[in-house]
Design a protein around this ligand. Structure first.
Ligand code: NAX
Length: 328
């Protein structure tokens, strides 16, 4: 269509933003037929840097890029937004307790949820990347009561892609032959990367690996702590891989997931798999007709049950904490 889609990106001057914006402008977020208009939100101190990135976006001469605007006011930035990528967040600094972290992020995601509620387009889709992503998404969602709850999601696609890549390396098979991997729960160290239902060239992955010890003691912690490994080796946190996962998440949400496979996304629970309704938790999902659906009917063994429960318990604690802070 010729009408551009409005894509709002927060934290636009950050390192994920820098990797993300050029891929959006090139058409990889929504598809090669869709024009996009970028709306960048930054805090006042970083607006000038975002304006610099906007100049570079102009210099890309992207045929699909219909314009770039920079804002320091959430109300203006989310006005008319069709897609919102909430990347900017308050990082945990030394000596900061979890309660302080949730409170600081509440100060960001509550007003952003309100701004989305009052001014975004009717078809708004929100992906929260900024950590703690699941609970930041919950704060934004609960402060946007007029927007269908299913439009708020948090990113576990990077964890999903990491799990696929680790399995591919272990078995020496291309990533294209791996399907049905799942990330359950919170985007945190408690997440559960699940290979029980995964397939490698159509065969069960866990059986193909044939080494439960490797899955429990190497695969799961490696995926869950990959962010720390990247920081150690690269000297900075994951940025381009996170941007790439955000592109994958929104592309699949809008365009659908391939038949015979699923992916992972944190979406509002409907109570499936014993995850309390209303929590924003990662599930195995497919996208059909522009909506995420939880894959139903998977058998959950005892090992998986205890891992899922532990991560979901952490999400429930975070929800209680933000309730007590009056953020939701
Ligand atoms: P940076 O610190 O490079 O950039 C963050 C940007 O957000 C800064 O430019 C800052 O000025 C801006 N910002 C802060 N508050 C804002 C507000 N209220 N409105 C608009 N902009 C605001 O961080 P970066 O490496 O880009 O990471 C961004 C977030 O992604 C972090 O919270 C990080 O923890 C999270 N991540 C999430 C991942 C996931 O899988 N869900 C993986 C990668 C990443 O760690």
């Amino acid at each position: 269509s010729d009408t551009p889609v409005n894509v709002t990106v927060t934290g636009a001057a950050g390192q994920i933003g820098y990797a993300l914006l050029f891929r959006i402008a090139s058409g990889q977020l929504l598809g090669a037929d869709t024009k996009v208009k970028l709306r960048l939100l930054e805090i006042p101190q970083a607006v000038r840097a975002a304006e610099g990135t906007a100049l570079e976006l102009q210099d890309g001469a992207f045929p699909l890029l219909a314009g770039v605007d920079v804002f320091d006011d959430p109300k203006a930035a989310f006005s008319g937004a069709n897609v919102a990528l909430l990347v900017g967040a308050r990082p945990r600094t030394k000596g900061m307790e979890r309660g302080d972290l949730l409170e600081a992020n509440g100060g960001i995601f509550k007003p952003q949820g309100e701004a989305i509620n009052s001014g975004a387009a009717d078809d708004i889709r929100v992906l929260v990347v900024g950590n703690p992503a699941n609970t930041n998404a919950l704060i934004a969602q609960r402060n946007a009561p007029d927007v269908p709850a299913e439009r708020f999601t948090a990113m576990t696609r990077l964890d999903h892609n990491r799990a696929v890549a680790q399995l591919s390396a272990k078995l020496g098979v291309p990533v294209s032959e791996i399907s049905k991997v799942t990330i359950w729960g919170n985007h945190s160290a408690t997440q559960y990367p699940d290979l029980i239902h995964a397939e490698v060239a159509g065969k069960n992955a866990a059986e193909t690996v044939g080494d439960q010890q490797w899955i429990a003691d190497e695969f799961i912690p490696r995926v869950a702590k990959r962010g720390a490994e990247i920081i150690e080796v690269r000297g900075a946190s994951s940025a381009a891989s996170a941007a790439s996962a955000a592109i994958d998440h929104v592309y699949d949400w809008v365009n659908g997931t391939p038949e015979g496979d699923w992916t992972s996304a944190a979406i509002v629970s409907d109570g499936s798999y014993g995850v309390p309704a209303g929590l924003i938790s990662s599930f195995p999902v497919v996208s059909r007709n522009g909506r995420w659906e939880i894959v139903q009917g998977l058998e959950i063994d005892d090992f998986s049950r205890s891992r899922i429960d532990a991560s979901v318990a952490e999400l429930a604690e975070e929800r209680t904490a933000v309730e007590r802070l009056g953020l939701i």
